[in-house]
Design a protein around this ligand. Structure first.
Ligand code: F0G
Length: 419
């Protein structure tokens, strides 16, 4: 008997009633007829818009594609992304001093970060557009996810990484999933400039978060949080705290809430306060919030051990800044030491995250200490990537192995000593 092969994945089918709108000048474009990342008229960021505003009773299934009625195409390239846990951490909630704290662990996605949510949609669209080569600049996680989804879709994948600044697990993933890895002698922002120039020349289809389709997948984080909170507490969280790099997730969550408000599933006054956290050495969005500015100033020199968010010019700032302001949220910078402490705290609750992810908890602590967050708040911290992404950072933050002889007596004697 022969085992039959999986049927071929059908090409994605575009849905009617979907278009791309410019957030700056309101120009609109058909979504799948030509490749376009920004507005032809003014260069502004684009977002995907829909005629229909589906609500929770129209969602069905599990994971990102549960929310297919709110996505721009049918499922075509998937590795079962989404449906991540929303852990309860009552001891941490007491310790931080808030009413409720839940941890939405995006590190539990197939490649270990939230990027998979964006790629299942973005790579599906790439297929719809008929492109042959995919590309991204990355601090690591985007490249790992793009490599996996690209290989799943049998497409060529090119990733540009800043030399020496990407955690080992992420490079290993991109490599094994078969991406062509270009190491650039520069930082992430230089890599993004380069890959945007390549995309503009038609050399590759760009899958960084400037691509509006990626954010559609990522907005399902917001749907999952709201849906689960309504089930568990009959209300939505007061605040969502998340690490910020390019501000794609901040923009995506804001869009999720606006869509839910449009559908009548969420009251406009109940929207969770979006609260962004950056590392002190890489905090242009925090600076813009503090200055009350509509634009971020590019930081040419950025540094933090949370390499995933070592970004000096968040491309999605024009979408994210209004999201933070209109929801009554804020943005805060934290030290690398506070990030490591938060990484240990989460690990102590059994939740293994990479440094950038721990920035959310570190930021919550800072804002609670400053009185910006109040004691009666129900808060969700987003942890964006898994501990194993950055094994070196984990080993540095953790305890050292203790050498013992290969003999029971020696092991017992060793256990008598203090660790
Ligand atoms: N956390 C992790 C673990 C990330 O990898 C990233 C971004 C962020 C947070 C920031 O998210 O850009 O939506 O504000 N990583 C990108 C990458 C830049 O290339 O993997 P954002």
């Amino acid at each position: 008997m022969e085992v039959s092969a999986d049927p071929p994945v059908p090409p994605a089918v575009a849905r009617d009633g979907v278009w791309l709108g410019c957030i700056a000048c309101e120009e609109s474009f058909a979504p799948f007829s030509e490749i376009r990342y920004v507005c032809d008229s003014c260069g502004g960021l684009l977002e995907v818009r829909y005629v229909d505003r589906p609500s929770f009773d129209e969602f069905d299934g599990r994971g990102v594609w549960r929310y297919g009625a709110s996505l721009p195409l049918e499922k075509s390239v998937t590795i079962d992304e989404g449906a991540t846990p929303l852990y309860r951490v009552p001891d941490l909630a007491d310790d931080v001093g808030v009413e409720t704290l839940r941890i939405k662990h995006e590190g539990m996605n197939p490649t270990g970060s939230f990027k998979d949510r964006g790629m299942t949609v973005g790579v599906g669209v790439a297929r719809e557009l008929g492109v042959s080569r995919l590309a991204c600049a990355s601090t690591g996680n985007t490249s790992a996810a793009l490599a996996a989804y690209g290989s799943r879709a049998e497409m060529e994948t090119l990733v540009l990484l800043p030399t020496g600044k990407v955690a080992a697990g992420k490079v290993a993933q991109a490599s094994l999933h078969g991406a062509r890895i270009l190491e650039v002698d520069g930082n992430f922002d230089d890599c993004l400039d380069l890959v945007q120039a390549l995309a503009d020349r038609g050399e590759a289809y760009l899958l960084n978060s400037v691509n509006p389709f990626r954010l559609e997948g990522q907005k399902t984080i917001g749907f999952e949080i709201v849906e689960r909170f309504l089930e568990d507490y009959g209300t939505v969280p007061d605040r969502i705290v998340l690490p910020v790099g390019n501000a794609g997730n901040t923009a995506a969550l804001y869009k999720a809430f606006r869509e839910l408000v449009g559908a009548g599933a969420l009251s406009p006054t109940d929207v969770p306060k979006l609260t962004g956290v950056q590392a002190e050495g890489s905090a242009p969005l925090v600076e813009a919030i503090e200055r009350g500015a509509d634009e971020v100033r590019r930081w040419d020199d950025v540094e933090t051990r949370a390499t995933a968010i070592r970004i000096g010019y968040p491309v999605n700032a024009p979408k994210a800044l209004p999201g933070i302001r209109e929801t009554g949220g804020t943005a805060v910078a934290v030290t690398d030491a506070a990030i490591t402490a938060a990484q240990r705290d989460l690990a102590g609750a059994g939740i293994g995250v990479e440094p950038a992810s721990a920035a959310s908890l570190a930021g919550l602590r800072t804002l609670r200490d400053e009185g910006v967050v109040s004691a009666d708040e129900r808060v969700v911290c987003l942890t964006t990537g898994h501990l194993l992404k950055d094994p070196d950072a984990a080993a540095e933050a953790g305890t050292d192995p203790e050498p013992v002889p290969a003999a029971l007596d020696g092991v017992l004697a060793h256990l008598e000593t203090e660790p």
